[in-house]
Design a protein around this ligand. Structure first.
Ligand code: PLP
Length: 403
């Protein structure tokens, strides 16, 4: 099963500007089919959800289709797929809602490695309830966060454990299956931030054992939205703030106001594109099966390109790489001895290479690594990244490091 990167590149109009985009962990460039789906939603009848007329039916169908697509992507139940403005917003809502049931003596567990969107909502909810936050540390040398690290902070009082599927700063992937088992043995809820991971791996939330899984379509070729998946049974037990006339139904109960139907059309188109990343797959295969195969092929492609990127970076004099864990996404964080990271990014931008420097909201992790808010330069591969992009980056960084 081979992955043809040029087939996807031809469908991403932004690439025509000649830039090499290593800022995929911040958000991917958008394929034409996704943009067309969004425009198409808006340029035909569209109103609020209902079945009365075409405009209502289209709004309804965009919503239903996006839930089915999200469910296929994550192996979730479509009745438990919730959309919101961003993962951050959804996570705050979830934490606030769960936190109402906590009190003094209860504990929430977060990590030093997570993006703040999976940290602050839990800290705030614990503070509001008078509960305690326990922190899972990680090894700053390897970037690893092990099941044993998590086991060290679990107790009978743990209510929720919030962990990232992959660090958006250094790419490290913890052993989610093993951690999920530990969390469930302790009787706590297992919440996984899959925003960075979902772009790079086939996801099966049943295998992971995630009670709640959060991700953001704009990290995997889709539009700017957040998505949450949980079992409908769990969602039924939760009661977020809502307007009086708004439905009590799940998952709608969690979706404040009117959904962006056009963006939901874009979500479905993006997931369809992911399912079709490997050409020649029998179209009659269920989308979930095509997604599993495509994401597997993508992961193999990205792993190979990552090896090239990593070995090229390692050979550059004066470079420091911050992630050394064996299981990682193709995302590297580095600094140079002779040039501040923000200057490295500026110079890369001058030659059409997008690779910003910063801590990317993973502020706890950046502090833990001793970098602080200025962070370092992040380069991440995306489904449209090519060997040519990587060579350009390596040449440019090499020149900077040696001049
Ligand atoms: C790992 C991770 N978690 C959470 C978020 C927040 O996602 P959103 O922008 O949808 O709120 C990001 C965004 O960069 C991220 O990389």
């Amino acid at each position: 099963m081979t992955y043809d990167v040029n087939r996807l590149r031809a469908r991403v109009p932004a690439l025509a500007d000649g830039s090499a985009y290593f800022d995929g962990p911040g958000g991917t460039q958008t394929p034409d089919l996704v943009a067309t789906a969004i425009a198409g939603a808006l340029t035909a009848p569209l109103s609020n959800r209902g079945r009365l007329n075409l405009a209502e039916r289209r709004a309804d169908d965009f919503t239903t289709s996006a839930r089915l697509a999200g469910a296929d992507l994550l192996n979730a139940d479509p009745r438990g797929v919730v959309f919101g403005r961003s993962m951050t917003e959804l996570c705050f809502m979830l934490a606030r809602t769960l936190g109402r049931g906590w009190g003094p003596g209860d504990e929430g567990v977060g990590t030093r490695r997570d993006q703040d969107a999976n940290v602050r909502p839990w800290v705030r909810a614990a503070q509001a309830a008078g509960a305690t936050v326990r922190w899972v540390p990680f090894d700053p040398e390897s970037g690893e966060l092990t099941p044993a690290d998590v086991a060290g902070v679990l107790s009978a009082s743990t209510k929720v454990v919030a962990i990232t599927g992959a660090s958006n700063l250094i790419g490290t992937r913890p052993d989610l299956v093993a951690i999920g088992e530990l969390v469930h043995e302790s009787g706590a809820l297992f919440v996984v931030d899959g925003v960075h991971l979902t772009a790079h791996a086939g996801i099966d939330i049943q295998t992971i054992g995630a009670d709640v899984y959060l991700c953001s379509p704009y990290k995997f070729l889709g539009p700017h939205l957040g998505m949450l998946a949980a079992s409908p049974g769990l969602l039924e037990t939760l009661h977020p703030d809502k307007l009086r006339p708004a439905t009590e139904q799940v998952p709608e109960r969690f979706e404040l106001g009117t959904l962006p139907y056009e963006l939901l059309g874009g979500v479905t188109a993006a997931i369809d594109m992911l399912a079709d990343l490997v050409p020649g797959q029998e179209q009659e295969l269920p989308r979930r099966d095509r997604l599993v195969r495509s994401m597997h092929a993508l992961q193999e492609y990205e792993d190979q390109l990552h090896t090239h990127l990593r070995s090229g970076l390692q050979a550059i004099p004066g470079i420091r790489l911050y992630s050394n864990a064996p299981l990682r996404t193709p995302t590297e964080l580095f600094s140079l001895a002779n040039l501040p990271s923000d200057q490295v990014s500026v110079r890369l931008a001058e030659v059409g290479i997008n690779a910003p420097a910063g801590s990317f909201y993973a502020i706890e992790a950046a502090e833990w690594l001793g970098l602080g808010a200025p962070g370092a330069v992040r380069v991440g591969l995306a489904p449209y990244s090519s060997a040519g992009d990587v060579d350009r980056l390596l040449d440019a960084v090499q020149t900077m490091a040696t001049s």
